[in-house]
Design a protein. Structure first.
Length: 463
C-alpha cells in the first residue's frame, strides 16, 4: 500500500538514533523472539521503503513498534509509527466476561502451537483493562459460575486434588530457579491445559475447596507465565499472567492477585513499558492485595514498586519504597506462615531488586554494592537468578569504567550458563556482554578478547 513519506516513522527512528540497518537488526531480533520466522529476513531496504511510504503487511507494524518500545523505553503503538495494527488478536485487550476456563483452553492451544503465537503489546499492561471499578472487583468474578464440561460427566474435585496441583507448582518453581524457565515449561503448560482445566470444570464438596483449587490453578498459570517471561517468550507470558489474574479473581484471593500484577510490572519494566509498569505495581499494592499479604510478599510487592518508580524518574519515592520493603522483609519470621510462591524472596532477592532500582536512579556505585551483596547472599539453589544478577553486575561495572572487572564477573555468568541453564534472560546477559565489550575489542585488552571469544562460542552452541 503506497503512501506519502512516513514522517512519523522517520522521526521515531531519529529519536531512537537508529540507522536503517540497525532498525532492521532490532526488528529481526523481535521476530526471532516471537518465533515469527517469516519476518526474520528484513533488511535496510525494507525499512527505507516503509519510511518512504510503503505500508508493511501482517504483523510487521507490531514487531517494529515493540522494537522501538524497547529502545525508547516507552510504549510505541503501530499508530504512532503511522500504521494501523493489522493483527487484532495481538491487541492484548482483556475482556473480563470471557470465561477464564475458555481462555485457558485457547491459551494452551496457542502456547503449544508455535505458529499461533502473538506479539507482546503494551495494551495488556493497562490496569484499566485488568480491573473493574472498586476494591471488590474480584467479587464480580468470584460470583460467576464456571462453564460446565462439554466432555460428559464432570469430575468431582477433592482436597487431595488441590494438594497435588500445589505440590507440582512447588516442584516446577524450584526447578525454574535452578535451571531457568526454558526447562520443563511445555510439560507444565500441558498439565495446566489438561488436568487442571478438568479440575476447574468439576464439582466441589464446598466453597473452600473450590476457591483453593482456583487459587492453585492461578499460581500454576502465574508460574507458567513467569517461566515464559524468563525464557523471553513474552507474548506467551502475557497470556498466562492475564489468565492467572482471572483465576485469582474467581478464588477471591487479593494477595495472589497482587503477586501476579507485580510479575506483570516486572516484565513491563524489562520490556520498556515504564508507565504501565508503574500503574501495575501501584495496583499490586492497593487495598487488600497488600494489606492481606504476609510480610515477605509485601516486601516483594514493594521492591518491584520501587523499580517502577525509579524507571519513571521518581527517585525520592523509589527510595522511600525501598525502605518500606526492607522493613517489611525484616518483619518476616518463622511464626508467620508465608505462601510458597515467596520462597525465593529473601536478602539476596531484595538486594538484587534494590540494585536494579539504584541503577535506574543513576547510582552505579550503590547498584554495584547491592548486586555484590546479592551474589554473596544467594545460595546454590538459585542458579538462574544468580546468573542474571551477575549479568547485571557486569553491565553496571563496565558502565562505571571497570572493564576488566566486568569481564571477570561475566566469566562467572558463562560458568553458570555452561552448567545447563535454560533462560532467555540469562542468555540475553551473554548477548549484552558481547555488545558492551565491542568498543574495547581493538584496544588489546586480553580479558576482553578472552571473554568475547568464549561468549561467541557459547551463543554459537545454543542458537
Amino acid at each position: 500500500m503506497a503512501r506519502e513519506r512516513n514522517e512519523r516513522l522517520a522521526a521515531l527512528l531519529a529519536e531512537a538514533g537508529w540507522s536503517r540497518a540497525q532498525t532492521a537488526s532490532a526488528f529481526n531480533r523481535i521476530a526471532v523472539e516471537n518465533k515469527l520466522l517469516e519476518y526474520t529476513s528484513i533488511g535496510r531496504s525494507h525499512i527505507s521503503m516503509w519510511v518512504g511510504g510503503t505500508w508493511p503487511s501482517g504483523a510487521a507494524p507490531l514487531i517494529l513498534s515493540q522494537a522501538l518500545s524497547r529502545r525508547l523505553k516507552r510504549a510505541v503503538t503501530p499508530e504512532e509509527l503511522g500504521f494501523s495494527a493489522t493483527d487484532k488478536t495481538a491487541s492484548g485487550a482483556l475482556e473480563w466476561r470471557v470465561d477464564p476456563l475458555s481462555a485457558l483452553t485457547d491459551l494452551g492451544r496457542t502456547d503449544l502451537d508455535a505458529d499461533r503465537r502473538h506479539l507482546v503489546t503494551g495494551t495488556v499492561y493497562s490496569v484499566a483493562s485488568l480491573t473493574l471499578p472498586g476494591e471488590g472487583w474480584w467479587k464480580a468474578m468470584a460470583d460467576e459460575v464456571p462453564s460446565p464440561s462439554t466432555a460428559g460427566r464432570r469430575q468431582h474435585v477433592v482436597r487431595g486434588d488441590v494438594t497435588t496441583v500445589q505440590e507440582l507448582t512447588v516442584a516446577f518453581s524450584r526447578m525454574d530457579q535452578q535451571r531457568g524457565g526454558g526447562h520443563g515449561r511445555r510439560a507444565l503448560a500441558q498439565y495446566l491445559q489438561s488436568d487442571v482445566a478438568s479440575f476447574l470444570r468439576g464439582t466441589f464438596p464446598d466453597e473452600r475447596v473450590r476457591r483453593d483449587m482456583f487459587s492453585a490453578a492461578a499460581e500454576l498459570a502465574y508460574l507458567s507465565g513467569w517461566m515464559a517471561f524468563d525464557n523471553a517468550e513474552h507474548s506467551t507470558a502475557q497470556g498466562y499472567f492475564v489468565l492467572a489474574v482471572k483465576l485469582a479473581a474467581r478464588a477471591d484471593n487479593p494477595p495472589l492477585t497482587g503477586h501476579i500484577l507485580r510479575a506483570m510490572a516486572h516484565q513491563a519494566i524489562d520490556l520498556g513499558f515504564h508507565e504501565q509498569a508503574l500503574d501495575l505495581s501501584t495496583a499490586s499494592m492497593a487495598g487488600q492485595r497488600y494489606a492481606a499479604a504476609t510480610p515477605r510478599e509485601r516486601a516483594l510487592l514493594g521492591v518491584v514498586h520501587a523499580r517502577g518508580l525509579a524507571a519513571n524518574g521518581r527517585k525520592q519515592a523509589a527510595a522511600k519504597a525501598l525502605l518500606k520493603a526492607e522493613d517489611d522483609l525484616a518483619s518476616a519470621s518463622e511464626e508467620i506462615r508465608e505462601p510458597h510462591r515467596t520462597f525465593f524472596f529473601a536478602e539476596a532477592s531484595l538486594a538484587h531488586e534494590t540494585a536494579c532500582t539504584l541503577r535506574d536512579c543513576g547510582d552505579r556505585q550503590g547498584a554495584i554494592r547491592h548486586f555484590r551483596r546479592s551474589v554473596r547472599a544467594r545460595g546454590t539453589a538459585f542458579r538462574r537468578t544468580h546468573a542474571v544478577t551477575l549479568g547485571y553486575l557486569g553491565a553496571t561495572q563496565i558502565a562505571n569504567g571497570s572493564v576488566e572487572e566486568a569481564c571477570a564477573t561475566w566469566g562467572s555468568v558463562l560458568d553458570a550458563m555452561e552448567e545447563g541453564i535454560y533462560s532467555g534472560r540469562a542468555r540475553q546477559a551473554v548477548v549484552d556482554m558481547r555488545h558492551l565489550v565491542s568498543p574495547y575489542r581493538r584496544r588489546g585488552i586480553p580479558a576482553v578478547a578472552q571473554l568475547d571469544a568464549r561468549a561467541a562460542a557459547y551463543l554459537a552452541r545454543v542458537d
